[in-house]
Design a protein around this ligand. Sequence first.
Ligand SMILES: [Zn+2]
Length: 166
Amino acid sequence: MRWQQQILSFPHSSGDYRLRDKFPRLYDIESNKECFIAERWVEDQWVWSWNRSIRCGSRIEHQLMEMLAMLMNVNITDADDKWKWELELDGIFSLPTRMNLAAKDIDIPSVSCPICNNKIESSDHTFFKCDTAVHLWRMVSRWCDLNLPGFDNISSMLSWLESIGV
Ligand SMILES: [Zn+2]
């Protein structure tokens, strides 16, 4: 994660943004604007390199507190940012769909699918029911010369794969 990289999702916050836009005052005083945030985590503590000092009680200090609170929930690594699918307690993969975000009380403007704007954006909708998904499955079916049935959800796809011995 870098200052100017787009962050897709953060625990307890929504929307696409960059740290640079969210915390502009901090970005202003960052001495190396290209650095990875992970480089500022040294031997189990934050070691920042601001080009001037942060005054107590200033708005910039407030931004720093806010950013630290956010970063507390983030695993810092050297790797590039990527989408991560997490296995939830019930053993089901959870995607940051709008439906899942809303279920986690994350404030989002709409739960509709951003592609068709017609149905709630759930994983089943995104992968199997949205017109675009249906169209993609049809193309896959043609490319692979397979007679794919329409899938409603991941379980129906897995059962079908099992039935054909894949
Ligand atoms: Zn859709």
